[in-house]
Write a protein that binds this ligand. Structure first.
Ligand SMILES: Nc1ncnc2c1ncn2[C@@H]1O[C@H](COP(=O)(O)OP(=O)(O)OP(=O)(O)O)[C@@H](O)[C@H]1O
Length: 481
């Protein structure tokens, strides 16, 4: 999702890649194929042999740092996009040379919805590939934090790969991840490393050290020294905090305040469910842990994040998986929230209220006391969102979409799940139907109000019978009766 602020930033920067001789001498840059909150992505051909690549120019220091760190760590994982090399010089954006993947799961879902449908065998093969990618991340203590169909890229021969690790973090211990402050602290004792691009999968800590100690390198040349690197990092952090006020959805800075706490007054005023909750702006605890809750795209964001948790773990990815898998079954987004509060309301409408019984400890979440929802007497249940799906399929989603993060099934557990290992079995990858193009990014931007409106007429939410959508000056209003 690009905000006006970030679009301007992207447009200003997007020409810079053409002026970088170290890149243009090696790659013939073709058209721009995408742009995200922090990046512009170009298709390019390697001059030596015409090999296609994607050049991802990342305009945000921290995102670049995180993406390289994660992709280096996951270097040998078949279901993670390959980072071939990267260029990063002082005063320039990082440019990552990635394997080129023509389409993504959002496009597959869109195509299926247009009429071709998706067989159970196909759904299972997509699931298995996603689970293998997520399992690789979690085994390496990496939490992706932005899993969604458009970040699951697909090759022409049907291989699905996790991409966009700009929000990824390496967990140090359950519930905690390395923050910029940690990096600064560790920096003092870390040994200097060789500067070449790693050819083998590094240890998790080595990968972090690679980035921190080498500062940015390419072709064996140290480009930024440690002091400059740390100074930049501190400046970046300061800039980032200021930007949080402008665009809470697209700026991710660990240690900052939670999502609900950053909702503007006007957002609260405009919230369609204003009548069904009460909001206490000064509520909640004053101290936030080392992680930001403002990660991921809203539709796929776990309830603990929506309530401002700052010491969450890999389970946030498992909630996102539940939303993605449900979308594979229904071809509709599971919880297409229009604001963080609307997001929570949609979840509660299906699963019931969040209470100490369903998630022990939830009342201690930073924003729990800031907002109270009306009691949902009769939650719709996941079954109502996935009509015509089998009990085993419903059960699979229930294993992921549970309030208590510790109850969510892990990627490895799901890979062994009965559902994925019984008839009809996953089809071979070669039999998957892969669209030849990617749907335009703006068509697939979770959170955009028109997305919900467009899918509204045949949405599963119609089945609920109790959703009233009214267009307003600022967007639309939803009320659950
Ligand atoms: N390896 C690749 N091959 C082909 N297209 C790619 C590749 N990597 C990214 N893209 C496309 O470029 C666009 C932006 O990429 P990406 O999502 O990684 O950037 P971002 O700035 O982190 O985005 P977001 O704002 O969605 O988080 C997307 O449309 C994506 O499909």
């Amino acid at each position: 999702m690009s905000s006006p602020t970030t679009t301007t930033r992207s447009n200003t920067k997007s020409w810079s890649i053409y002026g970088r001789r170290e890149i243009t001498s090696k790659y013939d840059i073709k058209e721009r194929i995408g742009s995200g909150a922090y990046s512009d992505v170009y298709r390019a051909l390697r001059r030596s042999d015409g090999f296609p690549v994607a050049l991802k120019e990342i305009h945000d220091y921290q995102s670049a740092f995180r993406e390289i760190e994660a992709l280096q760590t996951l270097h040998n994982s078949p279901n993670v996009v390959v980072l071939h090399e990267y260029f990063w010089r002082e005063d320039e954006d990082a440019v990552l040379v990635l394997e080129y993947l023509r389409t993504d799961l959002a496009s597959v879902i869109k195509e299926a919805k247009r009429g071709s449908g998706m067989s159970v065998g196909e759904i299972k093969r997509w699931m298995v590939q996603i689970l293998l990618g997520v399992d690789a991340c979690h085994r390496n203590s990496i939490v992706h934090r932005d899993l969604k169909p458009s970040n699951l890229l697909i090759s022409d021969d049907g291989v699905l790969k996790l991409a966009d690790f700009g929000q990824a973090r390496i967990l140090l211990e359950p519930g905690f991840v390395r923050s910029v402050d940690d990096l600064q602290h560790h920096e003092q004792n870390a040994p200097t490393q060789d500067n070449s691009f790693p050819s083998e999968q590094p240890e998790v800590i080595t990968a972090v050290d690679d980035l921190r100690d080498q500062a940015r390198v390419n072709q064996g040349q140290v480009i930024v020294n440690k002091e400059e690197f740390l100074r930049d990092m501190v400046e970046q952090k300061a800039k980032s905090s200021a930007m949080d006020d402008l665009d809470k959805d697209s700026n991710i800075h660990d240690g900052d305040i939670s999502c609900l706490a950053t909702c503007t007054t006007s957002e609260m005023e405009d919230d369609p469910l204003k009548g069904s909750y009460t909001y206490e702006p000064d509520g909640g605890e004053g101290s936030y842990g080392p992680l930001t809750s403002c990660v991921g795209t809203r539709w796929f964001r776990a309830p603990e994040l929506l309530y401002g948790s700052t010491n969450y773990g890999m389970e946030v990815d498992l909630w996102s998986l539940g939303c993605i898998f449900a979308e594979l079954f229904s071809l509709e987004p599971m919880f297409p929230g229009t604001s963080d509060i609307d997001q929570l309301a949609r979840i509660f409408n299906v699963l019931g209220n969040l209470t100490e019984e369903t998630f022990p400890g939830c009342s201690k979440l930073p924003d729990y006391k800031m907002i109270s929802f009306c009691k949902i007497e009769k939650p719709l249940g996941i079954e109502a969102c996935l009509p015509n799906r089998s009990p085993d399929e419903i059960l699979l989603i229930k294993k992921l979409l549970c309030f208590d993060p510790t109850s969510r099934a892990t990627a490895m557990e799901l890979l062994h799940d009965k559902y994925l290992n019984e008839e009809p079995l996953p089809v071979p990858t070669s039999e998957l139907r892969v669209p030849l193009t990617k749907c335009a990014p703006d068509e697939d931007s979770p959170g955009d109000w028109y997305d919900y409106r467009e899918t509204g007429s045949d949405s599963d939410f119609d089945e609920f019978g109790g959703v009233n959508v009214t267009k307003t000056d600022t967007g639309f209003s939803i009320r659950f009766d």
